[in-house]
Write a protein that binds this ligand. Structure first.
Ligand code: FMN
Length: 442
C-alpha cells in the first residue's frame, strides 16, 4: 500500500482531572479541576502549542448516573456545559478548533443552530458540533419524559434535526450584511432566506438571528456506530469520533464509512475518522505499564460494577457475583453498539467480571515510550484504520504536556503531523470544503 501524503488530524479530549475514571485520585492529577477555568485554559494552551486540530468535549444532560454510591467515587458529577466552556476557551486561544457535543434528542434545532453559529463567530471560524443522539437514558427525566426515546426514533429525529440546523445556518447569504451608513441599509432583504420547515418532528419557520457562520456551517462531527448511526455519519459527518478496539475493527469501520460516503456521492476524504486512544507514556515500557497499573488500582469495585452495568443494561446487578468469576448469562437491555462490543470482548477473551470492568474503565490504552506511541499512531494511520485520533489524556495537566513535549515532535519529524497551523478556520486545518449556501443565487 502506498504511503499517505496527508497528515494526522488530532483532537484533544477535555475531561476534568483526566480521562481515566479514577484520575482525580492520582497524585499527578488535580482533584478539583472540574469547574476550574484556569485548569482548562492551561490544557487548551498546551494543546494549541502542540498544534492539535481541536479540543473536544463530550456531554450528558443529566447527572452522569442515578447510582450515587458509584458516582460519588468519580469526579464526574460536576462538569461545565460544553458550549459555555468552549466560548470561554475561544477567547484565550487563536487557532485550535472547538468541538462541543450537543444531543438532538433533548434540544431544539433553532437553539443549536443559534449557539453554534454564535460560537463560530466568537472564535473566528473554529466551531464544530458533535451531534449525538444521547447515550444516557436519565436525560429523559430532565425533559418531561419518563423514558428515553427509542433508538430508531432518536436517529429519525436526529436526521431531521440536522437538516433543519443546516437550513437555518443558510438563513443569510455570506454578504447579506452590507451595513451601509450612507444609504442607511444594514442588510439586504433579498439575501435573507426563510426556511419554512415542516416535518415529522419539527416545524421551524426561521430565519436565524445570527449571520451566516464564518465557516459557512460549523464542522459537523458525529459519534454513533450502529447501522443507523453509520447511515447518518456517511451522509452528514465531516469528522467521526469512533470507538475502535483493534486494528482490524478500525479498518473495517473506516472502509465501511468511506464506501457509504462514496455511494452517496461524497468525497471520502471529506470525512475524517478519529478513534479514541488513551496514551500512558513514560521513559520505559515498564514504567508506562506501572503508571497504568497505578491508575487501574484506584478504581473502586462499586464503580467498576456500575460501569459494567451502565454498558450492559441499567437493571443489571452484578454485586452478588464473584468478581473473579465469569459474567453470568447475557443480561437483558437494549444499549446499542457499545453493549454488543463489550459482550463480544468478554466472550472472546474469556474475561472475569473484574477484568471486564477494568478493561472498560481502562479505555483503549496504548502503553509505552513516546516512540511507541508515535509508532502506534503511524501504523494505524498508514494501515488506513483512521485519519487521526481523538486523544484521551489519562490525567491532566501532565498527560497532555508529556504528549506535546515528547510525542508531537516525533510525529512532526516523521512528516506525519503539522509544525504550524495551515489555516485560520477549523475547516481549513482539517482540509474540509466550505459549504455553499443552498439558497444563494450564483
Ligand atoms: C465514541 C462515541 C462517543 C459518544 N459520545 C457521546 C456523548 O458525549 N454524549 C452522548 O449523549 N452520547 C454520546 N455517544 C452516543 C451516541 O450519540 C449514540 O447515542 C449511541 O452511540 C447509540 O447509538 P449507536 O447505537 O449508533 O452507537 C457517543 C457514542 C460513541 C460511539
Amino acid at each position: 500500500m502506498t504511503r499517505r501524503t496527508d497528515q494526522l488530524k488530532l483532537g484533544a479530549f477535555l475531561a476534568n482531572s483526566g480521562h481515566h475514571v479514577a484520575a482525580w485520585r492520582h497524585p499527578l492529577a488535580q482533584a478539583d479541576a472540574s469547574l476550574d477555568f484556569a485548569h482548562f485554559r492551561a490544557i487548551a494552551e498546551t494543546a494549541e502549542r502542540g498544534k492539535f486540530d481541536a479540543l473536544f468535549i463530550a456531554d450528558v444532560v443529566a447527572l452522569w448516573g442515578h447510582h450515587h454510591d458509584a458516582l460519588s467515587r468519580t469526579a464526574r458529577a460536576e462538569h461545565f456545559e460544553p458550549l459555555t466552556l468552549m466560548s470561554a476557551l475561544a477567547a484565550v486561544t487563536t487557532h485550535i478548533g472547538l468541538i462541543a457535543t450537543a444531543t438532538t434528542s433533548y434540544n431544539e434545532p433553532y437553539h443549536i443552530a443559534r449557539k453554534f453559529a454564535s460560537l463560530d463567530h466568537l472564535s473566528g471560524g473554529r466551531a464544530a458540533w458533535n451531534l449525538v443522539t444521547s447515550v444516557v437514558s436519565d436525560e429523559a427525566w430532565n425533559f418531561g419524559r419518563e423514558q428515553h426515546i427509542d433508538h430508531g426514533d432518536r436517529y429519525q429525529r436526529a436526521e431531521e434535526f440536522h437538516d433543519v440546523v443546516k437550513g437555518l445556518w443558510d438563513s443569510w447569504d455570506d454578504d447579506a450584511f452590507v451595513r451601509d451608513k450612507a444609504s442607511g441599509q444594514y442588510f439586504d432583504p433579498a439575501k435573507l432566506h426563510t426556511l419554512n420547515h415542516r416535518g415529522e418532528h419539527f416545524a421551524v419557520r426561521g430565519p436565524l438571528n445570527v449571520a451566516r457562520p464564518p465557516q459557512g456551517h460549523p464542522v459537523l462531527v458525529q459519534a454513533g456506530a450502529s447501522p443507523a448511526g453509520r447511515t447518518l455519519a456517511a451522509r452528514v459527518a465531516e469528522v467521526i469520533f469512533a470507538s475502535a478496539s483493534d486494528l482490524a475493527d478500525a479498518q473495517a469501520f473506516y472502509q465501511d464509512i468511506k464506501a457509504r460516503a462514496a455511494d452517496l456521492g461524497r468525497d471520502p476524504d471529506h470525512i475524517k475518522i478519529l478513534p479514541g486512544i488513551t496514551p500512558f507514556i513514560a521513559e520505559s515500557r515498564e514504567q508506562a505499564q506501572a503508571l497504568f497499573d497505578e491508575f487501574q488500582a484506584l478504581i473502586d469495585p462499586v464503580l467498576g460494577l456500575r460501569l459494567l452495568a451502565d454498558t450492559l443494561g441499567e437493571d443489571i446487578d452484578l454485586s452478588g457475583h464473584d468478581l473473579d468469576g465469569p459474567l453470568p448469562e447475557t443480561p437483558v437491555g437494549q444499549r446499542g453498539s457499545r453493549r454488543d462490543k463489550v459482550l463480544e470482548l468478554a466472550q472472546k477473551e474469556n474475561l472475569s467480571i473484574r477484568q471486564l470492568y477494568l478493561r472498560l474503565a481502562g479505555g483503549n490504552p496504548v502503553i509505552g515510550t513516546a516512540a511507541d506511541i508515535a509508532d502506534h499512531f503511524e501504523a494505524w494511520f498508514e494501515a488506513r484504520a483512521c485519519d487521526g485520533f481523538n486523544v484521551f489524556f489519562p490525567y491532566f495537566p501532565g498527560g497532555i504536556e508529556v504528549f506535546v513535549d515528547q510525542v508531537i515532535p516525533l510525529l512532526q519529524e516523521r512528516g506525519l503531523f503539522r509544525r504550524e497551523y495551515q489555516g485560520r478556520t477549523l475547516r481549513e486545518n482539517l482540509g474540509l470544503p466550505r459549504p455553499a449556501n443552498r439558497f444563494s443565487r450564483p
